[in-house]
Design a protein around this ligand. Structure first.
Ligand SMILES: [Zn+2]
Length: 304
């Protein structure tokens, strides 16, 4: 996969053309940040990486033009989605941070905060000239949300769907009345029209269940993490691709185990098969290896 592919558009469709009421306010490479405007309230979905917080905040300010930010919704607690939260919180002190009970728990752990800081530093080294200490104070959930909770913004609502699989804290958001789905990483990341990266770190079975549920929503618009807006004609194909890729990866790992590979040998094979330097555009290698270990152990735990 090349950088060009990663950022390519399907048949001329502009994946970054977020239509009203969504506004993409992402400040740099890494996790996407989306603002949802309502007639009374506004919500930010994810915060993106720490290193590009200045750009992200500038984009939010421009978009809100003096109005307040009411909610910050965390789709999960990985560093590329929450890294800039401490900075955005400083700028928008009244914003209430929403996440599910697992997000709350994770962000209360010192070990998790340490990983977020370390990976944020690594990302700063790779993606930025800047060398500043990463701030982690304020990485916390203010209010726990659960499945089917409704966040009211005035003329539109955001419905919470707990969609575990990638992590236990993964949530997806369904915006009504427009029927816009912001899917979580539990249901994959589109790379090009033939490739979905599944990143099933916590439960393969849950990921499949989450995908079946989200597919059933028959959204008018689907926004995928780390990608953007999926063209309408590709909705059905996307879900097919996700289910196939999940199944293929599961079988690949199970087959190596059957051939007698140790966990360490499976990891080695996995890295040589799925890592190439261009993938560093997407994530630092340390993050890739951390994820690979989880992906392998989940499959072996659930299916062996
Ligand atoms: Zn993630």
């Amino acid at each position: 996969m090349s950088k060009k592919q990663l950022f390519s558009n399907l048949h001329g469709h502009d994946r970054l053309a977020f239509a009203h009421p969504l506004k993409r306010v992402t400040g740099g490479q890494g996790g996407e940040v989306v603002l949802v405007r309502g007639s009374f309230k506004n919500a930010l979905i994810d915060c993106g990486m720490a290193y590009c917080h200045e750009n992200t905040i500038k984009n939010i300010e421009e978009e809100l033009s003096g109005k307040g930010l009411d909610y910050i919704i965390l789709t999960h607690t990985h560093y590329d989605h929450v890294g800039a939260l401490p900075y955005i919180r400083k700028r928008y002190k009244d914003a209430v941070v929403l996440g599910n009970s697992h997000s709350e728990k994770v962000l209360n752990k010192e070990s998790a905060i340490r990983v977020i800081r370390e990976l944020s530093e690594k990302a700063q080294e790779i993606y930025s000239e800047k060398r500043e200490p990463i701030i982690t104070e304020g990485l916390k959930v203010d209010k726990v949300v659960k499945d089917m909770d409704i966040i009211e913004l005035g003329d539109r609502n955001i419905i919470i769907y707990e969609t575990p699989g990638h992590t236990s804290c993964s949530i997806s958001l369904f915006i009504l009345p427009e029927k816009i789905l912001l899917a979580s990483e539990s249901t994959g990341i589109l790379i090009d029209e033939n490739t979905v990266h599944t990143a099933i770190l916590k439960s393969h079975k849950d990921s499949i269940k989450s995908a079946i549920r989200l597919k059933g929503l028959k959204a008018n618009t689907i926004v995928l993490p780390h990608y953007g807006v999926l063209p309408r004609y590709f909705h059905e194909d996307y879900w097919k691709l996700f289910f196939k890729e999940s199944e293929d990866k599961k079988n690949y790992i199970l087959n190596l185990a059957k051939e007698g590979y140790s966990d360490e040998e499976i990891l080695k094979d996995y890295i040589s098969k799925f890592w190439d330097d261009e993938r560093e555009q997407e994530q630092p290698k340390v993050a890739f290896i951390l994820n690979a270990k989880s992906i392998i152990s989940v499959v072996l735990k659930e299916y062996q």
